[in-house]
Design a protein around this ligand. Structure first.
Ligand SMILES: NC(=O)c1ccc[n+]([C@@H]2O[C@H](COP(=O)([O-])OP(=O)(O)OC[C@H]3O[C@@H](n4cnc5c(N)ncnc54)[C@H](O)[C@@H]3O)[C@@H](O)[C@H]2O)c1
Length: 354
């Protein structure tokens, strides 16, 4: 039996990883200290998801460990020899980081270093997967020439059609402190692969979605939007004429990419991981999809000022991942993702029978 460690195991991606590996007979260990609640308040609380996992899994053990606590992380690695580490614990918000720069860096950068070093000391043959972000590219993607269409910003040049590749530069641009702390972790993970030869893989996420997100205004765009629309509350749009574009990937397709890498690791590699061109959607287009499903207009308010450093149009070019792992592909369409989230919210609100 294989043993996997998932950090951020009560979060969106972590919980999907826990369920996936538990279903497949792994011994699964999760680390999460519910810090999402500290970052975002009660609405960010992830305990409900932990309880859900504890009642639905067979070989899952939860550890209330803070990844900043080096001694506790090292002790965990000493006690259990992990074959696979899926690292998803993070301060995940671009905007929140400015108010908590020390916590942001300690969790994202130092926490990642603690885990990499614990892996090197105790289980150097393990596969180590780090969930990075497209914010490591800072606002460089905004340098790509765009044209304005009726409902979205679009890349102007045909060669940009598939989106941003891993060749995009990561420095000399505006990142937000979150982007900067993730760059540190992203480069450290690559370095443990390149310098020490460890089986590390870095995945730079686009918009990762799924019903199990504790979506809040500052993190989890689609999850939060569906919640607001379901409750008929007002959504705030920040700049770019509500035509900003994001590519949406379901958490199950994220885990499938991790699996492909874990089966055949390429030490130190970096991949973009988002929904790609087919699963891209603008704010206005997302409103239209939800209006159709809820049968009423989405109420939204427009604020001219965009979020600092926010991407105007971001689509992940998935060519490298598909070339290295041809068995992997997107299996959940944008429609599937939205339908699942709408259904989940309607059940939560008791508007349809479970
Ligand atoms: N959701 C997205 O759209 C998105 C996009 C790009 C990248 N990412 C990255 O993917 C990863 C997972 O994101 P997610 O959406 O599942 O986030 P999430 O907030 O749902 O999950 C992260 C979990 O980590 C836990 N955590 C935070 N600090 C911790 C600490 N110090 N010790 C232990 N646990 C801690 C939180 O309580 C939370 O449950 C993050 O690294 C994030 O930056 C997410």
């Amino acid at each position: 039996m294989k043993r996997v460690l998932v950090t951020g195991s009560s979060g969106l991606i972590g919980s999907e990883a826990v369920e996936n590996y538990d279903r497949r007979g792994f011994e699964v260990h999760g680390v999460d200290n519910n810090m999402r609640r500290e970052f975002f308040g009660a609405k960010g609380d992830t305990r409900w998801n932990l309880q859900r996992l504890q009642s639905s899994t067979r070989r899952f053990t939860h550890h209330e460990v803070d990844i900043r606590d080096r001694a506790a992380v090292f002790a965990l690695f000493q006690a259990h020899r992990f074959d696979l580490i899926i690292h998803c614990a993070a301060q995940p918000s671009h905007d929140r980081a400015a108010a908590i720069p020390l916590d942001d860096f300690d969790v994202n950068a130092v926490g990642t270093l603690n885990l990499l070093e614990a892996t090197r000391r105790h289980t150097p043959d393990a596969v180590f997967i780090f969930m990075s972000t497209n914010k490591v590219y800072g606002d460089v993607p905004n340098e790509v020439p765009l044209v304005e269409k009726a409902t979205r910003w679009e890349y102007a040049r045909p060669e940009d059609y598939n989106g941003i590749t891993e060749q995009c530069r990561i420095d000399q641009c505006l990142h937000s402190l979150f982007g900067a702390s993730k760059v540190a972790a992203d480069v450290l993970t690559q370095e443990y692969g390149r310098y020490f030869g460890m089986k590390t893989g870095t995945f730079r996420g686009g918009c990762l979605t799924g019903a199990n997100h504790s979506g809040v205004e500052l993190h989890g765009f689609l999850s939060y939007l569906v919640k607001v629309a379901a409750e008929d509350r007002e959504y705030h749009v920040f700049g770019y004429k509500a035509k900003q574009v994001r590519d949406q990937i379901h958490s199950a397709d994220v885990i499938a990419a991790f699996d492909a890498f874990a089966e055949n690791p390429r030490p130190g590699e970096v991949y973009n991981l988002g929904g790609g061109r087919e699963n891209s959607v603008s704010m206005m287009e997302a409103f239209a999809m939800l209006e159709e499903r809820f049968g009423r207009p989405v109420r939204w308010q427009y604020e001219e000022q965009n979020r600092r450093g926010d991407h105007i149009c971001y689509i992940s070019d998935l060519s490298k991942l598909k070339a290295h792992y041809p068995q992997w592909s997107i299996t959940r369409s944008l429609e599937d993702i939205v339908n699942e989230m709408v259904e989940f919210e309607m059940h939560r609100l008791g508007t349809v029978g479970v």
